[in-house]
Design a protein around this ligand. Structure first.
Ligand SMILES: [Zn+2]
Ligand SMILES: [Zn+2]
Length: 407
């Protein structure tokens, strides 16, 4: 690192430390007022407030999502457009069990510090407030509305039990099956009934028998959401929901076809009728390695030990995958607990703990330092963009081959 870079980063760290109390308070306020997907009005307003005060221009309600926002600081012309993503939704019935109070606040802290420390920065810094990560796929809708089209680099930082920069994520879709049978007295005239529940049970058995023919990384988890009303009535209507996951969107389509066929034939077998509805498709994660290596160096400069991601398994899905399909993206993790797993009451606690708050401080610093590195070094930006363009070219070639094969 040269002198300019060292001084510049020190100024960023100092700016974040100066705002440390303010950022902690903001994060804890969001934590103690958990709002679920698309209802994050308070969190959105609280995150926007300091950005507006600092001179960022604010837009709300992007992509027809009332709780989304974009805060822009134009900076000096001729530099990259860097998006720092904020999540701020909580889990129903649990609260901030995924620590999104830290993600949102770290994004805001990083952007504020860049402007505080480097008012003449050559680059445009935007904070994109992306609602409904847990349920609803806010980023997917925002990608579809072109919100990331003019973004060179997108990044965020997620709290976790381990600090990692290259953890993957599976492509994912939820599928709802609605089974229509015919009610009848279960004892007096069972021959007049068609059991929607039998269609459900056959579907689960058929899906289970498919499992052995899927690749290792395929995940299928289903629940019965409606299983009949009374034991003495043949169930006329039942419902089941499945979450399907695979290595990438192409493999996911194959899994989807097979699971839907299993449900169709199972329904037909008992004479019932089936309706299928599907949610948004979450794309697999596409970590930009050149960008990740800059982020990793900055984490290490902050004294953070960066662990390797698990070689197999150990991953879920997130709508950040869809952002990674349209621009160079990373989704690193910062350690805030030694024991708690995400989506548990223990993690809710960790997200408001002292460890959590020091994770917030480091996440904000690493995000801002990485943005600064890119603004300062056009060659690094070029490397990041080249990697993304190359990936896109290969992906498009692969997709056109699949289309020709007729999958
Ligand atoms: Zn989560
Ligand atoms: Zn999360």
């Amino acid at each position: 690192m040269n002198d300019i870079s060292v001084k510049g980063k020190n100024a960023i760290m100092q700016a974040i430390d100066e705002r440390d109390t303010e950022l902690q308070e903001l994060s804890l306020k969001i934590h103690s007022n958990p709002e679920t997907s698309f209802q994050e009005y308070k969190a959105m307003n609280w995150l926007v407030e300091p950005l507006e005060k600092s001179g960022f221009s604010i837009e709300r309600g992007l992509a027809n999502l009332e709780t989304s926002f974009r805060a822009t600081w134009e900076g000096q012309k001729g530099g990259p457009t860097i998006a720092i993503l904020a999540e701020y939704d909580a889990l129903a019935g649990l609260g901030h069990g995924c620590g999104h109070n830290i993600i949102g606040t770290a994004a805001v802290g990083a952007a504020l510090a860049l402007k505080d420390a480097h008012p003449n920065l050559k680059g445009k810094i935007i904070v994109i407030g992306t609602p409904a990560e847990e349920e609803g796929g806010g980023k997917i809708l925002m990608v579809e509305h072109g919100i990331f089209d003019d973004v060179d680099v997108a990044m965020m930082c997620h709290p976790h039990g381990k600090t990692m920069v290259l953890r993957g994520g599976l492509a994912c879709v939820d599928v709802t099956f609605k089974f229509y049978g015919k009610a009848a007295h279960a004892s007096a005239s069972p021959e007049k009934g068609i059991s929607a529940l039998d269609a459900v049970i056959h579907t689960f058995v058929a899906v289970n028998s498919l499992r052995q023919f899927f690749k290792d990384d395929v995940r299928i988890h289903g629940i019965i959401t409606k299983g009949g009303e009374a034991t003495n009535v043949v169930p006329a209507y039942c419902e089941a929901e499945f979450l399907l996951r695979a290595e990438n969107v192409e493999s996911l389509h194959v899994v989807r076809e097979k699971v839907c066929a299993a449900a169709r034939y199972s329904t037909e077998a008992v004479g019932a009728r089936l309706e299928i509805s599907e949610g948004l498709i979450y794309a697999e994660r596409n970590n930009n390695k050149a960008l990740a290596s800059i982020f990793k160096k900055n984490l290490e400069e902050l004294g953070e030990l960066v662990s390797d991601p698990p070689e197999k398994g150990g991953i879920g899905s997130s709508d950040i995958g869809n952002v990674g399909q349209v621009t160079a993206t990373i989704h690193p993790y910062i350690k805030i607990t030694n024991t708690a797993a995400t989506h548990t009451p223990e993690f809710v606690e960790a997200a408001a703990s002292e460890y959590g708050m020091s994770g917030l401080n480091k996440a904000a610093k690493a995000l801002a330092m990485t943005a600064y590195d890119i603004c300062l070094n056009p060659a690094k930006l070029q490397e990041i963009r080249n990697e993304f363009d190359e990936w896109k070219k290969n992906k498009d070639a692969k997709l056109s081959k699949i289309i020709r094969k007729g999958i």
